[in-house]
Design a protein around this ligand. Structure first.
Ligand SMILES: C[S@@+](CC[C@H](N)C(=O)[O-])C[C@H]1O[C@@H](n2cnc3c(N)ncnc32)[C@H](O)[C@@H]1O
Length: 333
């Protein structure tokens, strides 16, 4: 077991690893190594980098298991860097990219956020995250991929724990790249769906759902959930949407869902439900990420109960999964 000083030292230097992995991803090193082992000189030529600096980056990453360095100083992939290849199912490329790029810059302003309550991202970039993504499509595509890297493994756990079989039409509100909806539609072959997201996101979702062979069961609708939400579904599913927003904004989204829903309609929120107590829970770190990047927050069960009650919903249940994700179910009152 490490000493308190060693443990703290590791924490304090956390940003070294964030940036080292990010730079390796930006230079496409994991993709280049898919063809087989390479020296730093070869990789530098292929990635237009400075050979000696690249060697030092890869040597440090290899010492943490991200690459393997052999006696001839050739580098190859390890199970960790296999996850950073762009063509790996559930690739973590987008996650490493967005955390090392714009999220890193926002977290660099955490002190301001904690002192003033102003969302660090907005302070640094001069606009909220989703507006920034709207006019930087390359970043938006990275964000979509990042969602798979950060939340992808939650999908199987959710499907194992929660039964969607009594639903006829499922509206995925803020469904993003469509990867969650694709998995649900594949498991439930008679289910139909609506995928609702911002106009700039919908085209990427269409391509993903077509590739998954389920696009013919999906109605794609572009819009703004602060204005309205489409009707026509018996269940409204929002995964990691409400955590992006503060209580006032969340009430607007939930009331717009409520207005679109039929009587006895089902609302399904897939979120991390924070424990009330001091126990370790990764969602507490996510809460900090939400504070810094979107201005949102993770919530406890009692906070979700109050929010839903205020927006015209009757609490039904919270179904835990094998990951930290839970599915909260409520009915329209
Ligand atoms: C954290 S992502 C979650 C995506 C997806 N539900 C998932 O779990 O992977 C939030 C999503 O909300 C969408 N979104 C943000 N603002 C929106 C708005 N005003 N109207 C509709 N969708 C919005 C984003 O484009 C993004 O796809």
């Amino acid at each position: 077991m490490s000493s308190p000083r060693e443990e703290l030292n590791h924490m304090i230097a956390g940003f070294w690893r964030t940036q080292a992995v990010y730079v390796a991803v930006r230079l496409r090193i994991p993709d280049l190594l898919a063809a087989g082992p390479r020296t730093a000189d070869e990789l530098a030529a292929e990635s237009e980098s400075h050979p000696r600096s690249l060697y030092r980056l890869l040597r440090a990453l290899a010492s943490s298991g991200v690459f393997r360095e052999d006696a001839d100083h050739r580098f190859s992939l390890t199970p960790l860097s296999e996850c950073l290849r762009r063509d790996t199912p559930g690739s973590m490329t987008g996650l490493a990219w967005m955390r090392g790029d714009w999220q890193y810059r926002a977290w660099g302003d955490l002190l301001h956020n904690v002192q003033t309550g102003e969302t660090a991202f907005n302070h640094v970039f001069g606009e909220p995250l989703f507006d920034f993504l709207c006019h930087t499509p390359d970043n938006a595509a990275i964000f979509d991929q990042g969602m798979v890297g950060v939340h992808g493994r939650e999908t199987d756990a959710m499907l194992a724990a929660f039964d969607f079989s009594n639903i006829h039409v499922l509206a995925d509100i803020g469904g993003g790249n469509g990867s969650v909806l694709a998995a649900v539609l594949i498991k439930y072959p008679t289910l139909k769906a609506i995928l609702f997201d911002r106009v700039d996101v919908i085209d990427r979702a269409k391509a993903n759902l077509a590739q998954a062979g389920v696009a013919d069961r999906v109605q794609f609708i572009a819009g703004d959930f602060f204005q309205s939400v489409p009707n026509g579904a018996d269940a409204y599913f929002l995964r990691h949407i409400i955590h992006d927003w503060n209580d006032e904004q969340s009430r607007t989204i939930l009331k717009n869902c409520r207005a679109a829903m039929p009587s006895s309609g089902r609302l399904l929120l897939a979120e991390f439900v924070l424990p009330d107590g001091p126990e370790p829970f990764h969602g507490k770190w996510f809460d900090l990420a939400m504070m810094t990047v979107t201005g949102g927050q993770e919530r406890t069960e009692s906070e979700y109960r109050s929010l839903l009650d205020e927006c015209g919903f009757e609490w039904r249940s919270v179904v835990p999964t094998a990951t930290e994700l839970s599915v909260i179910e409520a009915l329209t009152r």
